[in-house]
Design a protein around this ligand. Structure first.
Ligand code: PGA
Length: 252
């Protein structure tokens, strides 16, 4: 299966900037056939960005940054999974900034995942510890938190359709990425747990947190890692392309 590199644009870029950047990413995506490359613009730019990309390579996708946990109704300011259908193929769920500023609960996360899957949109479920784990620290709290977010969801119908993104909070936007060894340990434990408790044959787990082109090559060597979720560095076409080149290897 292709590894993923996903750009999380957060609340950045004007419409003009977003369409230019999307066009640049779509143009170079075709060069990296071992990767699936995605961008997650802000809500109002999803449709115009999609329409502005004239040639969509098969390995390029557009995703949303969040979704309402409710199907429809009086939720001012929210966007439903049904409304996203046909516009995006993927959607971030439970990003730490959403959890922090919108006080998302595990119930909300479960609702978001359920509704996205119902609409055929792939949830990219973010999780990660607040404080850096020290040698000897147990990874069980990280897994317990994820377990709570997934509780009650059907293993095969729902959890099997998710992609996971391990994003330690201390590494997001700090310029202090987790080391490849650290990532390997967390990703490997979470994958074993997903295999054992969720009967997942091949769960997919990405890493995010201050990824730049300097880390991409070393992260490529992390055996069990299925991709990267890139924030700040995805806002610059040249740097994002370099991350793809180093993580995926230039194929053509
Ligand atoms: P960062 O953000 O790459 O700017 O640390 C990652 C993320 O928040 O997904």
């Amino acid at each position: 299966m292709r590894r993923l590199v996903v750009g999380n644009w957060k609340m950045n870029l004007t419409l003009a900037e977003a369409t230019v950047l999307a066009g640049e990413v779509a143009n170079f995506a075709g060069d990296f056939s071992t990767l699936q490359i995605g961008i997650c613009p802000s809500f109002p730019w999803l449709v115009p960005v999609r329409e502005s990309v004239r040639f969509m390579p098969h390995n390029f996708f557009i995703g949303a940054q969040s979704v309402s946990p409710y199907p429809h109704g009086a939720y001012t300011g929210d966007v439903s999974a049904e409304q996203l259908k046909g516009v995006v193929t993927h959607c971030l769920v439970g990003h730490s900034e959403q959890r922090r500023f919108h006080h998302l609960t595990s119930n909300d996360i479960q609702g978001q995942i359920r509704l996205l899957v119902k609409e055929g949109i792939t949830p990219i479920v973010c999780f990660g510890e607040k404080l850096k784990m020290q040698k000897g620290d147990s990874i069980s709290q990280l897994i317990r938190d994820l377990q709570q977010d997934l509780s009650g969801l059907d293993k095969q119908e729902v959890v099997a359709k998710c992609i996971f993104a391990y994003e330690p909070l201390w590494a997001i936007g700090t310029g202090n990425p987790a080391s490849p060894d650290y990532v390997q340990q967390a990703v490997s434990s979470v994958k074993s747990w997903l295999k054992e408790y969720y009967d997942q044959e091949s769960p997919r787990v990405l890493y995010g947190g201050s990824v730049t082109s300097s880390e991409a090559k070393d992260l490529k060597a992390v055996r069990e890692l299925d991709g990267l979720l890139v924030g700040g560095a995805s806002l610059h076409a040249k740097e994002f392309k370099e991350i793809c080149a180093r993580f995926g290897g230039r194929v053509s």
